[in-house]
Design a protein around this ligand. Structure first.
Ligand SMILES: [Zn+2]
Length: 134
């Protein structure tokens, strides 16, 4: 039997590679690289554990469970992406706008720059406060 066929037979019914699997492998590689520069067994051990975890998932027959793990992984990835998107838009807005917080309910309120003294009414709780929007 050719190697490919043997591999296919071996992988039949097993989970294989997915997004989380690739993440584990790449993180393992990064840990391995770091272990060359950082003294101590920390990164070496981490690389080994990540590789073992990655292979365990690849060869696992519990496809349903692995699939759910991958979904959880993507949920976290999206959260991180959203966080950076928000930071980026916050920085962009801060060039043209001041962002104030309502002293009562902490609602964020956007005011264009260069307005001078402005009375702001909170949209959420109706509290009025005065800010100097230079
Ligand atoms: Zn408020």
């Amino acid at each position: 039997m050719r190697f490919r066929e043997r591999l296919q037979r071996f992988m039949a019914g097993r989970y294989g590679m997915d997004g989380l699997g690739q993440f584990l492998m790449w993180t393992a590689v990064v840990c391995l690289l770091l272990s060359w520069f950082v003294a101590g067994p920390v990164f070496n051990t981490m690389a080994l554990l990540l590789l073992l975890w990655g292979y365990f998932r690849m060869f696992s027959r519990n496809v349903q469970k692995r699939y759910q793990e991958n979904c959880t992984y993507y949920r976290y990835v999206n959260k991180v992406k959203d966080f950076f998107k928000k930071q980026k838009s916050y920085i962009q807005q801060s060039k043209t706008h001041h962002i104030y917080k309502c002293p009562q309910c902490k609602q964020k309120i956007r005011i264009p720059r260069g307005k001078g003294k402005v009375a702001i009414t909170c949209r959420r709780c109706g509290t009025e406060f005065i800010k100097n929007s230079r």
